[in-house]
Structure formats: C-alpha cells, structure tokens
Design a protein around this ligand. Structure first.
Ligand code: SF4
Length: 437
C-alpha cells in the first residue's frame, strides 16, 4: 500500500481542502502517515498570505524532499498559484497543482506515475495550474469526516472580488465562486450522520456567498438550509464583511436557535483614512452601526475582529483613532497583525512604510487593550449559565479536565468525572478560572 503524508499551511479553507485531499487519497487506497515518516507521496497545501507564508511553504517542500529523496513531492494551492509564470519551479517539486485542481489530485498522481514508468519524467515538474482570475467554477471538494471530531469546518465559497490593497488572496484564489446550496446541505447531512454537532460555514469571502449565482448575496438562505438539518446543534459563521449585517440578516439569524452568537467582523482599522487606503468598503461609523445591530438582536454576542497596525502611512494620530475605536466597540477577541509588506500588492509599494519598531509599539498597545476587553467580556458571564460542547481531555495543573467551547467561543475547562465528549452540557460560570485561553 502506498503511503501519503500531507501538510497544511494557512487558513481554514486550506485546512478543509487538505482534509478533502486526504479523504480522496484514502479512498484511492493510500495509507495516510504522519509527515515525519518516509512516505511515497508528500502533499504540501501551500499558503501565500505573507512573505513568511511563502518561505514556510518552500521550507516544507524542501523538508518533504529530504525525508524521502525518492518520494513524489506535490506543491498545491496558493503559493504555487501566485508564483505561476513568475519563476522556474523549484527542483524539489515533482507536481504543481494550482487552486481549483486539487480535486484532480489522484488522477494527476496516476498520470505522473505512468510517465515515470515510461521513463518520461524529466527535470520539469508536472503542472496542473490555470489562470485563476478566469476561473468561474467552484471546485467540487467533499468532506465526510473532518479530523476534528466535534466541530466541522465547511467550505462553501472560494475567491474574493474585494482587492484590499494589502492582500494577495484575490490573485491566488481568483474571483468569487460559490458552492451549490444542495451540495453544502448534503455535506452537512453526512456530517450530522457521522455525529458532528457543530458546523462552521467558511470561505475566502463568506459574505459574498452566492453573488456568482445571480448577483445577489445568498448567505442567509444558506444558513436557513443548514439550520434545517437534523442532528446539527450549532452553526457558527466564519469571518464576515461588516456590510452583510443588516437589520433583516441579524433578525432572521437571531430567530434560529442553533446560531452561535459569535461574529467575526474584520475591522482592520478603526480610522477612516486608513480604511480608505486599505480599500476596505466601509467607514468606522458604518462598522459601529453593524455591531449595534448584532447587539440589538443577540444578548451579549461575542464580537471578534482582526486589526492591522502600522499600515503604510498610518500616522500616530491615525493609530490613536484606531485604538480609540477598538476601545469603543468592546470586542471579545482582537487579533492584531503588524502590517507585513506583501510583494505584488498595492500597499507594498505605497509611500510612508512604517518602521518596525513603531509597528511593535503600536501592536503592544493594541494587544494590551484587546486583552483587557477580553477579560471584561469573560467576566460578564460570571454567575451565568452557558452551553458547552465538550471536545477533548486536557491535563491542566495536574488534573484531568475536559475542555470545550461555549456558543460564544469561550473555551471552558471542567473537571472530568465522566466522559462527555461531543455532548452539549449546561454549566454555570462561577469563577473566571473555568475560562482558559
Ligand atoms: S476581503 Fe480583502 S482581506 Fe479578505 S480576502 Fe478579500 S482582498 Fe483579502
């Protein structure tokens, strides 16, 4: 039996695709082994979101080659897609598979082996890659049993039409392509049958789900359809663009009992001038209004976000504005990124790039504020009852505990008296010690 090892880099969408490729290989008779073992085939699902991600992708490809010089090394995904046409393929790679061709992995491997058998494998890697900006079809990948046994991430959409000035993703992932609603529902039904209680709808730009069908957004009908699947107890949404939040959207989803009151709205900056340079399509006032709408329909929802500090041209005043805005919103979690210059984007060549030291100072202040807000949010639950989906065992301070997440995505630890894995239970938060990070 041939052995295959896979390694994923990057986001949840990539992780989904890696697991889908793993399932395809298993069905085709491969034995899946850990990355360390001497496999016959190594698949690296690469990422290109930052220059560091590029470097890590290259490192993993080289590591795979070192582990078994005779193995077939496959480079798939965003890094090779964004590199297309720019440079010679790295000699340690045998097969290059661009985005939208991962579904063909098994066929491509067979083709490669055939050529090799005929002594036709030259120095050139076998390439299956196309101009992603012209691709209009959603790549048909399916996942029946994700690795995480309680929460399943489901990819419902690919690509992005936004072109934020700092982001390379639209070049690596192409334009918005959405998965058919029927196909999503079929996958959710399979997952429910396999015992999964929670699904997370995810995509590169989830808010754009369905605009390639008829120009309209279809995220709300998709959520309704997923909500109707028996056996699923929780629905969580991946990162959302603030503009998707309307009175109607919030009202409708608040009426769905399975909906988790946890919304990740990407902010990136709380300063309007910076948002404009980023080509984000909202103002801080509009963003704030969206948070108010969510708070009107959900009781104490967890609002989480991403913020970039040190974007080109960000003056001290602009940063202070951004910080004050983050302070005003009261997020549960704020993920802070120091702006990192991504070759091939508009922001990379903008004037007034910010000194690394200044970025580090701004980041430290934003992190401190984020932590303070997180504590305040968690403390607002003391004395309250929450629902926890128990996920795994963990040894904490020498004690065997069970951990899981609330609907708001707070991680809770409970003493293990009986095995409650994959059960949704109600607990009262009586001290902040139950919440772990
Ligand atoms: S919305 Fe902006 S940041 Fe997100 S993937 Fe699209 S271009 Fe990148």
């Amino acid at each position: 039996m041939k052995k295959a090892a896979l390694h994923n880099l990057g986001c949840k969408v990539n992780a989904y695709e890696t697991e889908a490729m793993q399932e395809m290989l298993e069905k085709a008779g491969y034995e899946i082994v850990p990355f360390q073992e001497g496999a016959d085939v190594y698949i690296i699902n690469t990422c290109t979101v930052t220059n560091i991600a590029d470097r890590k992708s290259r490192q993993m490809l080289h590591r795979a080659r070192k582990m078994n010089p005779d193995a077939i090394v496959v480079a798939a995904g965003c890094y090779v897609q964004a590199q297309e046409g720019k440079q010679e393929t790295d000699p340690c790679i045998d097969i290059v598979i661009g985005n939208n061709h991962k579904k063909d992995l098994v066929r491509i491997l067979e083709e490669y082996e055939q050529k090799k058998g005929q002594g036709k494998d030259g120095e050139d890697a076998l390439r299956d890659i196309e101009d992603i900006s012209r691709t209009r079809e959603y790549e048909d990948l399916h996942l029946g049993k994700p690795g995480d046994h309680t929460r399943a991430y489901i990819k419902v959409q690919d690509g992005c039409n936004q072109f934020c000035t700092y982001c390379i993703i639209p070049y690596a992932r192409g334009r918005v392509r959405s998965r058919s609603m029927d196909d999503v529902v079929r996958e959710v039904e399979d997952l429910a049958e396999n015992g999964y209680k929670e699904v997370v709808l995810t995509g590169i730009h989830l808010s754009s789900y369905g605009i390639d069908f008829d120009g309209e957004r279809h995220l709300l009908p998709l959520i309704r359809a997923v909500h109707a699947v028996d056996g699923i107890e929780r629905i969580r949404l991946g990162s959302l663009e603030p503009n998707i939040i309307t009175e109607e959207f919030a009202r409708e989803i608040s009426r769905m009992p399975k909906m988790c009151p946890h919304f990740h709205l990407s902010l990136q900056s709380g300063c309007d001038a910076t948002l404009k340079r980023m080509n984000r399509r909202y103002t801080s006032a509009e963003y704030y209004e969206k948070c108010c709408i969510l708070r009107k329909y959900f009781e104490n929802p967890a609002l989480t976000t991403d913020v970039i500090v040190g974007f080109p041209g960000e003056t001290q005043e602009e940063f202070e504005e951004s910080l004050a805005f983050v302070d005003r919103v009261n997020f549960y979690e704020t993920h802070i990124f120091k702006y990192s210059r991504r070759e091939g984007t508009k922001a990379a060549v903008m004037p007034d790039q910010i000194d690394e030291k200044v970025k580090a100072q701004r980041s430290a202040r934003m992190i401190a504020l984020g932590e303070q807000k997180q504590r305040a949010y968690e403390q607002s639950f003391i004395g309250k009852e929450v629902e926890v989906l128990i996920e795994e065992d963990a040894l904490i301070d020498g004690k065997m505990m069970q951990t899981g997440h609330t609907k708001e995505y707070m991680k809770i630890a409970l003493e293990k008296k009986e095995n409650l894995k994959n059960c949704v239970i109600k607990v009262q938060i009586d001290s902040d010690l139950q919440i772990i990070h």
